[in-house]
Design a protein around this ligand. Structure first.
Ligand code: ATP
Ligand code: MG
Length: 323
């Protein structure tokens, strides 16, 4: 497998009335071709901000981005807006949590998918409409001929998300970024959309970044996972290894908070405490106020992200066997 995406030392700051807040710090990650990478972390950990920076969707005036985001060896941060537009539709596609905000309410579903096809190929209008119908069918939408003529508000949430997936696939992307694609849906529909995404992953030569706060989805869907906390990577590992032996206490907490089959549904051990505010980070390790293993050193020193001999990464003094 060769590398498709490589993010190096990414720093993202938001500027607000002369005040800068760092929300992503020194984030590095890579993605191979055909690999599915999960990015997991509680609300506010910087998952969406990171994915929006890959698409370069942050406004220049209010955002300071440093580092490199290399895609097929081009640094996306150095491209012109025009070049970036080309990448956005043709090479990288994104689906969001709330499909209604990304669909145009005044155009039919058929027209919106066909437009995406037209933008990215030399198809005629008629061919684009035929392709749109095919994509709807591929995304498991019943009665595609009827759906083509309908408007987004006439569809259920699950159907709208299927339409968003169809639009994303219209350009045959090399990388699909899915930002919490199932969070807004009820549990049965969540499972169906995840099944659809699995089928697509199997059929296509595509890399996927799946952003979620749900480690269960990561377990089910991803090859490798990056765990984020307060804008930093705290652990990265192949999914099976992470579940077999989490190295960071935060990951351990996330796994402990997963509901288990055959056990009472109340959470067995949710992580206590709150994620600190971006403008009010604790000294030392950002996780120490919530960590059951925290020592004096954790309160004083910020642990670096360490790569272990087997390639796993962890940002914790214990992970290096130094406890
Ligand atoms: N445009 C913005 N201006 C200022 N701060 C922002 C902006 N967008 C996000 N943030 C802050 O950046 C941090 C990371 O936000 P982000 O949306 O990436 O979190 P997330 O991990 O995607 O969370 P969630 O699971 O809730 O989607 C948060 O503290 C958020 O308040
Ligand atoms: Mg988010």
């Amino acid at each position: 497998m060769s590398q498709l995406l490589e993010i190096e030392h990414l720093n993202i700051r938001f500027v607000n009335g002369g005040k800068e807040t760092e929300v992503v710090s020194d984030l590095s990650l890579s993605l191979d071709r055909r690999e599915t990478l999960g990015i997991v972390g509680e609300s506010g950990s910087g998952k969406s901000v990171t994915s929006l920076s890959i698409m370069r969707l942050h406004p220049d005036e209010t955002t300071r981005i440093k580092g490199a985001i290399r895609f097929e060896d081009k640094d996306l941060l150095a491209l012109s807006e025009r070049e970036m537009q080309d990448i956005r539709g043709n090479k990288i596609a994104m689906i969001f949590q709330e499909p209604m905000t990304s669909l145009n309410p005044i155009h039919t579903v058929g027209k919106q998918i066909a437009e995406s096809v037209l933008l990215h190929s030399k198809a005629t209008k008629k061919e684009a409409m035929a392709r749109a119908r095919q994509l709807l069918e591929l995304c498991g939408i019943p009665d595609p001929d009827q759906r083509m003529k309908e408007y987004p508000h006439q569809l259920s949430g699950g159907m709208r998300q299927r339409v968003m997936i169809a639009i994303a696939l219209a350009c045959d992307p090399e990388l699909l970024i899915a930002d919490e694609p199932t969070t807004a849906l009820d549990v049965t529909i969540q499972a169906q959309i995840l099944e659809l995404m699995k089928a697509i992953k199997k059929d296509r030569d595509m890399s996927i970044i799946m952003i979620t706060h749900d480690l269960g989805i990561v377990y089910d869907f991803c090859d490798r996972v990056v765990v984020m906390y307060t804008g930093e990577v705290v652990e990265s590992a192949p999914v099976k290894e992470l579940f077999a032996a989490p190295l960071h206490p935060y990951t351990e907490g996330l796994i402990g908070a997963l509901p288990r089959l055959g056990q009472p549904t109340e959470r067995l051990s949710a992580i206590e405490g709150m994620v600190p505010d971006a403008g009010d980070m604790p000294q030392g390790c950002h996780f120490h106020p919530r960590c059951p293993y925290a020592t004096e050193r954790c309160r004083a020193e910020h642990p670096p992200l360490t790569t272990l001999p087997d390639g796993r990464q962890v940002r914790c003094f214990r992970g290096k066997g130094e406890q």
